[in-house]
Design a protein around this ligand. Structure first.
Ligand SMILES: Cc1ncc(COP(=O)(O)O)c(C=O)c1O
Length: 511
C-alpha cells in the first residue's frame, strides 16, 4: 500500500515557505516581440489552413508554444509567459514536473499500452489513489478508468442508474460536464447542445445556488434551492419521474467559479439520504488540491457516493476515472463500460507521482495557505474598478466577475476578454469562464513561485487600466508596464482570420 497522509501536511516545506523550489523560467514574463511574433503568426496561419476552425484556444491565446516549464511557457519567438491557466486545471504541479517526468520516462522502458491487463503502473496508481479518496470512498471504492472528464461523468451517471435500478439524474444550471456523447446533455450551455447530435437523457435541471445572483435563495443560504428540490422529489405532481442521483460540481467551474452557500452540499447529502439517491461529485476541475484540499467536497465535510476525476490526475497525460461505492447496488457486469485507451500506463505512472507529490511537496497546503492571501490581493487591486463586481474563490481557484456596473450586475464579457488580451500582451495567460464569458479566472499551477504571482499581479493591475486606480497601497511595487514596446492589444491575430470573439452561433469558449 502506498504511503498516504490522509490530509495535506501543513508543516511541509512548500506549505511553510512562500518560495517553493524554482520550477519555472526565472525571467518570465519576458517579451522580446509583441505577441504574436512572426514565428507564432506563421504557425497560427499554418494551423488555420490545416485544422478545423472549431479550435478555440488559438483565438484566446494567439501564440505558438515552443516549450514550457513549471508555471511558465515560451513561445516560438522566444517570449516567456506566466501561465495562470495551467491547461485549465490540468497542470496542478505545473509543466514538466521533474518527479512526474521521471516516472513517465521509467514507464517508457516498460510498456505504453496494456488494455486493462494488470501492470505495476496500474496497481501502484490504484494503491496511491484509494487511501486519498474522500469520505466513505476512502480505501473501499471501486475504480473504473475512463479517458476524459466528460467520459468519467457520463459513466458515473450510468453507474448510479445501474446501482439504483432507476434512470435519471438531477443536474444544475451553469454546469459543465463535457460535450461528447451523453456528457453534453449534463452540461447546461445551449451553445454546446446546438452542435451535438446526441441530445437526450433523463435529466432534471435545477438552478445552482449563486450567492452573487440569487434565484431561489435570497438569504445567502441554499435553503430555497433545497426546498425546490424537496418539492421535485416528494410532490406527486412535481412532474419529475424517479431519478437515481444528483450530479454536482462542488464549485461551478466553467459556469463562473461560483462558490455555493456553505449549507448547499451538506443539504444535497441529506436530500440524497432521505430520497434514496446517490450523490455524484464532479471533481474534474476542482480536484487534486486546486481548492486547498485534495477534493473540494472535503471543505463541506460531505461524503460522495461517486466521484469523477480527470484533468490534473494524469499530470498532463489523458487519464480519468470514476470512484464509486460498490456496496450501494448490484455489481457492474463485465464490459459495463469499454474503451481502448482507459488507464493508459504512461498516464497512470504520471498520476501516481501527481498524487504523491501533491502531498510530499506540500502543494495542497500551499494552495490553502496562499489562496486566501491571493484572493485579498485581487480584491484590493479591483477595489475601485466598477467593472469587477465580485472576487471569490477557494485556494487556487479564483474568479473575478466582470459587470457593466456593480448595482445591476449585468455580465460584461467584453471586459473579461479585453483583460485577457491585455494580460497576454503583458506576458500573462489568464482565461475566462461563465455563461457570458464574463468571469476572469485564476487557476495557476499550485507550484507557482511567489515571485511569479507578484509579477502576474503587477501585470494584472496594469492591465486594469486607469479607470480602476486602486490605492497606492494595493498596487504591487515595480515597473508600471510590462507590455512589450509597440504591442498591439486589439485586434489579436489568431491565424483563424482576425480578432476574437468569432463565430456567431458556434461554441466560442471550450475548456
Ligand atoms: C467540472 C468539469 N467536468 C467535466 C469536464 C469535461 O472534461 P473533458 O474536457 O476532459 O471532457 C470539465 C472540463 O472542463 C469540467 O470542468
Amino acid at each position: 500500500m502506498d504511503r498516504s497522509p490522509s490530509e495535506p501536511r501543513e508543516g511541509s516545506p512548500a506549505a511553510m515557505s512562500d518560495r517553493p523550489t524554482e520550477l519555472s523560467f526565472p525571467d518570465a514574463p519576458h517579451l522580446v516581440v509583441p505577441p504574436p511574433g512572426p514565428k507564432s503568426r506563421e504557425l497560427l496561419d499554418r494551423q488555420a489552413l490545416l485544422e478545423s476552425p472549431s479550435v478555440v484556444y488559438p483565438r484566446h491565446f494567439p501564440i505558438a508554444i515552443a516549450r514550457a516549464r513549471g508555471s511558465t511557457l515560451e513561445d516560438v519567438d522566444g517570449n516567456r509567459f506566466i501561465d495562470w491557466v495551467a491547461g485549465i486545471c490540468v497542470l496542478n504541479l505545473g509543466h514538466g514536473h521533474p518527479r512526474v517526468r521521471a516516472a513517465v520516462e521509467r514507464q517508457l522502458d516498460r510498456i505504453w499500452h496494456a488494455l486493462e491487463l494488470p501492470t505495476e503502473a496500474r496497481i501502484d496508481f490504484l494503491e496511491a489513489l484509494l487511501p486519498r479518496l474522500p469520505g466513505e470512498l476512502k480505501d473501499r471504492a471501486k475504480v473504473l478508468f475512463t479517458v476524459t472528464g466528460g467520459d468519467a461523468v457520463e459513466t458515473a451517471v450510468s453507474i448510479a442508474d445501474h446501482l439504483k435500478g432507476r434512470r435519471g439524474t438531477i443536474v444544475f444550471s451553469g454546469a459543465y460536464h463535457g460535450v461528447h456523447g451523453g456528457a453534453v446533455n449534463l452540461t447546461s450551455g445551449k451553445r454546446y447542445h446546438k452542435t451535438s447530435s446526441f441530445r437526450g437523457g433523463a435529466l432534471v435541471r435545477v438552478p445552482y445556488p449563486d450567492p452573487y445572483r440569487p434565484l431561489l435563495d435570497a438569504d445567502g443560504s441554499a435553503q430555497g434551492t433545497v426546498r425546490y428540490l424537496e418539492h421535485l422529489l416528494s410532490d406527486p405532481h412535481s412532474g419529475v419521474d424517479e431519478v437515481s442521483s444528483i450530479l454536482v460540481e462542488p464549485i461551478l467551474g466553467e459556469g463562473g467559479y461560483v462558490l455555493p452557500p456553505p449549507d448547499f452540499l451538506p443539504s444535497l447529502r441529506e436530500l440524497c439520504d432521505r430520497h434514496d439517491l446517490l450523490l455524484i461529485v464532479d471533481e474534474v476541475q476542482t480536484g487534486l488540491g486546486r481548492t486547498g484540499k485534495r477534493w473540494a467536497i472535503e471543505h463541506a465535510g460531505v461524503s460522495p457516493d461517486l466521484l469523477c476525476s480527470a484533468k490534473s490526475i494524469g499530470g498532463g497525460l489523458p487519464l480519468s476515472l470514476v470512484a464509486y461505492r460498490p456496496d450501494l447496488g448490484p455489481e457492474l457486469p463485465p464490459g459495463f463500460h469499454l474503451g481502448t485507451f482507459r488507464g493508459n500506463p504512461l498516464a497512470l505512472a504520471a498520476g501516481t507521482e501527481v498524487l504523491r507529490e501533491l502531498d510530499d511537496g506540500g502543494w495542497i497546503a500551499r494552495a490553502a495557505h496562499r489562496g486566501p492571501k491571493l484572493l485579498e490581493e485581487f480584491r484590493q487591486l479591483v477595489a475601485h474598478d466598477g467593472t469587477i463586481g465580485e472576487v471569490r474563490g477557494r485556494g487556487f481557484m479564483i474568479g473575478l466577475e466582470c459587470v457593466k456596473e456593480r448595482t445591476h450586475r449585468v455580465p460584461f464579457g467584453e471586459r473579461a476578454r479585453s483583460m485577457r488580451r491585455e494580460l497576454l500582451s503583458r506576458g500573462v495567460l489568464m482565461h475566462t469562464c461563465g455563461g457570458y464569458d464574463h468571469v476572469l479566472r485564476f487557476m495557476a499551477p499550485l507550484t507557482i513561485e511567489d515571485r511569479l504571482l507578484e509579477r502576474g499581479l503587477e501585470a494584472f493591475s496594469d492591465a486594469l487600466g486607469p479607470s480602476s486606480a486602486p490605492s497606492a497601497v494595493a498596487r504591487p511595487k515595480g515597473p508600471r508596464t510590462l507590455r512589450a514596446e509597440g504591442a498591439e492589444v486589439t485586434p489579436v491575430h489568431s491565424g483563424f482570420g482576425g480578432p476574437e470573439p468569432i463565430p456567431p452561433g458556434l461554441p466560442f469558449r471550450h475548456p
